[in-house]
Design a protein around this ligand. Structure first.
Ligand SMILES: [Zn+2]
Ligand SMILES: [Zn+2]
Length: 377
């Protein structure tokens, strides 16, 4: 079978890999037919992160635990690329009941079992079954468990009955190509807070988590937020935000030069990740408000404005998204048409063009190919 490898910054290469099959009765083998580039993929496709992170670790600039959690050589190729996909089911083990050959399914990017204590609490990102590494997911090589990448002909999915969600009828696979990770990541940043504050105005700080911030804005619109203000410096993302039904607000390049905003928003999302964004997000909170940071802060000693939070009775939440746990609600919103993730996709390319297309500067890149199987039902 053929697999796409991440080699280094700017270089993806096809390679032959040994065929894989069902190893236990609860497995499925799937063939990805729509793969999206995650915001994290985009970061290591554009920058060599591995060596700078190791040097920064040695110098104490990044968090001391980073290399323990992501392996000694994080983001260092070659490794099988891709962790977001919609796939067709090729084979299932003897114990799999909920899917069969020919089904088209979303494959959550994190491997989870559905039955352990963490999973039963909805913390599927922290599933303890089959856990080989602190962070367990497809598409980053041995550092995150060696589960393979989604740019491949055959991908093994353990716990298939729990993991695989058939896509809704009348929804195209390409629409849900990012549903494995970035879409539920944006959804969770607003869904919980809007349950606490129904119809509240929402503020999204767009930036490094390029598509996740936009999916958060789209989710807030779908979930009936009173208003959705989307702050960014990037013209393309501001335009996408407008199409999604949010109010685009162009901001100054430096957070320090942004006028202080106080107390307007019960729900704030930090998808920016730059120095100063968290402080701005916190200042923007209404009393009792919740800021969810979906940006990833690698640096040691990131400042959190605790006094501001104390006075405003605010909460800053962060953490890996529990993609599998969020997915049923996400798929339901896409099925009704209230959530339209396809509006975020800027480049849609053929599977064979992936090595080039995945490097496009667009916010979201998706590659597709025709299915091999007949629909099962
Ligand atoms: Zn991702
Ligand atoms: Zn589990």
């Amino acid at each position: 079978m053929r697999t796409l490898l991440y080699v280094r910054k700017g270089t993806l290469d096809w390679a032959e890999a040994p065929d894989i099959g069902v190893t236990v009765g609860t497995d499925a083998i799937v063939r990805p037919i729509a793969v999206a580039r995650c915001d994290l993929d985009d970061a290591f496709l554009r920058h060599d992160l591995g060596r700078p992170l190791r040097l920064a670790h040695a110098a104490g600039i990044v968090d001391r635990r980073l290399l323990g959690d992501l392996g000694r050589r994080p983001f260092t190729g070659p490794f099988p690329f891709g962790h977001e996909c919609v796939a067709e089911v090729l084979e299932v083990g003897g114990e799999v009941r909920s899917v069969r050959r020919g089904d088209v399914v979303v494959v959550p990017f994190q491997v989870s079992c559905g039955g352990c204590r963490a999973c039963s609490r909805g913390l599927t990102a922290s599933c303890t079954t089959d856990r080989r590494t602190p962070v367990s997911m497809y598409g980053l090589g041995a550092a995150t468990g060696g589960w393979g990448g989604t740019m491949t002909d055959r991908l093994r999915v353990p716990h298939a009955d729990h993991m695989l969600l058939p896509i809704p009828p009348d929804v195209e696979p390409v629409t849900l190509a990012s549903a494995a990770d970035n879409i539920p990541d944006g959804w969770r940043a607003v869904a919980g807070p809007l349950r606490r504050w129904p119809s509240a105005p929402v503020l999204v700080l767009g930036g490094r988590a390029k598509s996740v911030g936009l999916y958060a804005a789209a989710s807030a619109v779908a979930l009936g937020a009173g208003s959705v203000d989307y702050l960014d410096t990037d013209p393309e993302r501001l335009e996408i935000a407008r199409r999604l039904g949010a109010r685009p607000v162009e901001r100054a390049a430096s957070w320090r030069r942004m006028p202080a905003r106080r107390g307007d928003y019960p729900v704030v999302v930090d998808a920016n990740g730059e120095r100063g964004a968290l402080a701005y997000a916190t200042r923007s909170l209404a009393p009792g408000g919740i800021c969810t940071s979906v940006a990833i802060y690698f640096t040691a000693g990131t400042r959190v404005p605790m006094w501001e939070l104390y006075v405003r009775q605010g909460t800053v939440a962060t953490g890996l998204a529990n993609a599998r746990a969020e997915l049923p609600a996400v798929l339901a919103a896409v099925a009704t048409g209230s959530l339209r993730p396809e509006l975020v996709t800027g480049v849609l390319a053929d599977w064979e063009d992936a090595p080039r297309a995945m490097l496009a500067p667009a916010t979201k890149v998706v590659v597709t190919r025709a299915r091999l199987t007949e629909p099962s039902r």
